[in-house]
Structures are given as C-alpha cells and as structure tokens.
Design a binder for this molecule. Structure first.
Ligand code: NMX
Ligand code: MLT
Length: 441
C-alpha cells in the first residue's frame, strides 16, 4: 500500500470510530434553528454537511486543516520554487499532517506516473469545434475518462461497502494526476492550433502544468501556478461545486462523473466563471474609457453604469466571507513582489480602492470586498495567458484536489446519500397559519 493511502487508512479508521462515538453520545444535539428566509434564500448558513479538508470563517477566510494561506506558504514544502507545492496541500487535506519534502516528492512522482490520459478522451475533444467553451470541453473530457474509474468497475463487480474508500482513493489520485494534461490539451487545441507540449517528468505537478500550457518560460509563472493551484483547492463544502460533488458522489456515482458535475457547477458566472467575467469586464471598461491607466473617477463611473444596467460587479461579494478574501490578498502580495508596475494589475488595485465604497452605499450587498476571482485574471494576463474563457478550467484543476479528498473521506466515513427536505408554498402558508394560531392560544 502506498504511503499516503496507508496514512489515510490509519487516520480515517480512527475518525470513523470517533464519529460513531460522538453520534452515540450527542447525535440528537440541536445545533441551529433555520429561518424561512434561509429556506427561500439559497440555504445561506444552514449547516448540513460534514467536510474535513477545510473550514471557512466569514472574517478570517479559509483554513485548510486549521492552516491559513500565509501559514501554508510558510510550512508546506516548496520543492524547487518559492511557493507551496499543491501536492503538500493534498497530503495535508488527506491526512491532517504537514508532509515532508520527501513525501511531497513521492507524490509528484506518483502523479506523473498516473498522468496518462486515455486516447479516446483526446479523440473526443478533437471532435468538438475549437471554439467550444473550455469548461464544456473540460466537463466532457472528465466524463469520458469514467472508463478508467476503479470505483465504477469495482462497484459493478460487487464491491463491499468496506472497500469504497480504497476505490475512491485510487480514482482521486489518478484523476488529479490526469487533469493538467487534459486541461493543457484543451488550452493548446483551442488557442494554439493544437501544437501540444509533452509533459516534463522532472517537474512537480503545477510546474509541469505551467510547462504544458506553454505561455511563459519565466520561472515565476511556475511559482504562480503553484500558488494558484494551492489557494483555489478548497473552500469548505457549501460552495456550489463542492456541494455538487458531495451530492452526486453520495449516490455512489464514481469520482469521475461526480467531478464532471462539480465542474458544471463551477462554470456558472456567480461561481468559478466569475474569474473570466472579471477580466472581461476590466477589458471592456478600459476600452470604453480608452486608457489602461484609468482614474478613480473613471472607474467609479463605469461601476455605477454596470450596476445601473442591472449587473453585478464580478469579483466582488461573497455568500459567506465578510472581509477581503485572503486568496485575493495572497495574489496581490505575489504581484507586489514580482511585477508591481504591471498596468492591468494596477487597475485591479485601483478597482479595489473604489468598488467597496460603492457597493456599501447600495445598502444591500452583504460583502463589498473582493473575492478570489478579482485578482487571478490580471496575474495570468501578466504572463501572457490572455484567453480568459480558459480561466475557470485553471480553477477547476485546482478545485479537484479539495473535492476529491472530501469524497475519499465521505466514503471512508460511510456517509450516506444526501437528501435534504424541500417544501412548497402551501406548506409555508400552512406553517405560518399554524404558528399564528399557537401564538393566540
Ligand atoms: N455587485 C453588485 N451587486 C451585488 C454584488 C456585486 N458584486 N454582490 C451582491 N450583490 C447584490 C446581490 O445581487 C443582491 O441583490 P438583489 O437583492 O437585488 O438580488 C444583494 O446584493 C444581496 O446579495 P448578497 O446577500 O450580498 O450576496 P449573495 O450571497 O446572494 O451572493 C455572490 C454572493 C458571490 C453570488 C454575489 O456577491 C455576486 O453576484 N458577486 C459577483 C459574482 C462573483 O464575483 N462571484 C464569485 C464568487 C466567488 N467564487 O469564485 O465562487
Ligand atoms: C469558492 O472558492 O468556492 C468560492 O469562494 C465560493 C464559495 O465559497 O461560496
């Protein structure tokens, strides 16, 4: 058994027993009341899922197994670069332990070994018009790789419940390993006439992805990809793509088709697609104003026009966060360190000065601050990755790590089919009437 799988088995066996004991003692403990406005308001704040890899705090932002992003930057192995290796985060999310440089080097080699993509996936992509949206290509490619699913095959052969975690682990490892090659193939066929670049077995996972994209030879681009893949990896379980993954995989659909569903969720403009919307909106604004160095007033006017047109300001606001997203700050720090004079990056920082005040004035926006997507496009443009319809694929490759780790945990803990309750308006009216009656008595 490989070293990561062994640690995962040890850890999850203990946690499964711990949960059993907790439920036996405290299973009926009431932890929250649900208000009608939450039921009809997108389930905001309703606690309904166990999600081990990360936890979000409205003011502090994301913590992966208790570690903030600056702490990950300090503690995770960095290999040959200056930013944490996503392999280390995957190991941490899986085992609740910070790995050593050797453990992470093993994982890089293991993913390189598992990275081969079935030929039919490339042939399927070749059939699509090159201008098919990259997220559509990504989702179809992932679905087509289901032929390789150990979970699906073993389930078909009569796998016992006790083996689900093992098959899920095998699929999680191979799927994460394959995604950069699939994603790079999509990028090169869509935007570089199908001139593909072979994997480099000497590189770590994110650096190899950067290499196969082929947009920049600058070593800083490899570091950006290490950071990008680390900070987008997970955002607890309630975000739309993670929740979709949890829901689909709870039916025992295998990790490949569950993850394809998660990616369809990520492809919505209020979620992951916001990263393409941000840079599109910025370019439209710059072209409308006629300069790459707009003043605060010009930005402010354009923001007001966008809102007056009944649209949202992409990259701003969040369903949970109530402070600037630490993932935005991490990217801002990266840009300050490496390219503080970049025009588009400076526009992003000016927007950050202007937008929160305007959103606050609207009086209805609960979080006027930038989220992760407000910055990512500008750093990619800096390195020449300007084709913004591709940006959500990058987000998706990273997000695979968190949601697949969570799926391994869900199967190891024996979590059941997800099935919350819905009600209709008649039920709501009857409930209100009954409450009014009880209040009178
Ligand atoms: N610009 C303009 N209006 C906004 C914005 C914004 N950035 N954010 C929220 N609002 C509006 C929102 O549309 C709603 O208006 P109405 O009552 O007229 O429908 C009102 O403010 C209250 O919304 P909130 O409760 O603050 O936000 P909610 O939790 O419903 O939605 C988002 C969260 C993220 C969907 C929302 O802030 C938004 O649309 N942001 C822009 C899109 C974006 O950046 N999404 C990426 C999120 C991160 N990610 O990667 O997934
Ligand atoms: C995410 O990373 O998934 C987004 O910030 C959305 C969310 O957490 O709801």
């Amino acid at each position: 058994m490989d070293p990561l799988k062994q640690k995962f088995l040890q850890k999850s066996t203990l946690v499964r027993q711990e949960i059993k004991d907790i439920l036996a003692e405290n299973g009926t403990l009431k932890i929250a009341d649900v208000k009608l406005e939450q039921v009809i308001g997108g389930a905001r704040g309703i606690i309904m899922m166990l999600w081990e890899p990360s936890l979000l705090d409205a003011n502090e932002g994301i913590r992966f197994r208790g570690y903030s992003i600056p702490q990950l930057q300090e503690k995770l192995p960095k290999g040959k670069g200056q930013e944490p290796l996503p392999e280390g985060l995957f190991w941490l999310m899986m085992t609740d332990e910070i790995p050593t440089e050797e453990e992470v080097a093993w994982l890089s080699r293991e993913w390189m070994k598992r990275g081969e993509v079935p030929e039919h996936t490339f042939r399927l992509l070749d059939q699509l018009p090159p201008d098919t949206h990259p997220m559509t290509q990504f989702s179809l490619a992932i679905t087509s790789m289901q032929t390789e699913s150990v979970f699906a095959r073993q389930y078909d052969e009569g796998m016992s419940k006790a083996e689900y975690w093992d098959a899920a682990y095998e699929d999680a490892m191979s799927l994460v390993a394959r995604l950069p090659r699939v994603a790079a193939y999509i990028y090169r066929r869509s935007f570089h006439k199908g001139h593909h670049i072979a994997a480099n077995p000497d590189l770590d996972w994110a650096a190899n992805f950067a290499h196969m994209l082929g947009v920049s030879k600058d070593p800083e681009f490899k570091d950006l990809m290490r950071l990008y893949m680390t900070i987008h990896a997970d955002h607890e379980g309630g975000n739309a793509s993670a929740h979709t993954m949890n829901l689909i995989s709870s039916t025992l659909a295998d990790p490949y088709i569950s993850f394809a569903g998660a990616m369809n969720s990520l492809a919505g403009p209020l979620h992951g697609l916001a990263n393409q919307e941000v840079i599109k909106w910025i370019f439209e604004m710059l072209s409308a104003i006629g300069t790459h160095q707009p003043t605060a007033e010009q930005i402010s006017d354009y923001v007001h026009q966008t809102i007056a047109a009944g649209k949202v300001i992409p990259g701003y606001g969040h369903a949970v966060l109530r402070k600037p997203d630490p993932r935005f700050i991490a990217q801002m720090e990266f840009a300050k360190k490496h390219f503080p004079d970049d025009d588009i990056v400076n526009v992003v920082w000016k927007i950050y000065d202007v937008v929160p005040g305007i959103l606050q004035e609207l009086g209805k926006v609960k979080n006027p601050w930038p989220n992760v997507d407000a910055h990512s496009g500008a750093t990619l443009v800096h390195f020449g990755l300007t084709e913004y319809s591709y940006y959500t694929v990058l987000f998706g490759v990273s997000r695979a790590m968190g949601v697949l780790v969570a799926t391994c945990w869900a199967r190891a803990l024996g979590l059941p089919l997800e099935r919350p309750k819905s009600v209709n308006l008649d039920w709501v009216k009857a409930f209100i009437a009954e409450k009014a009656l009880t209040a009178k008595v």
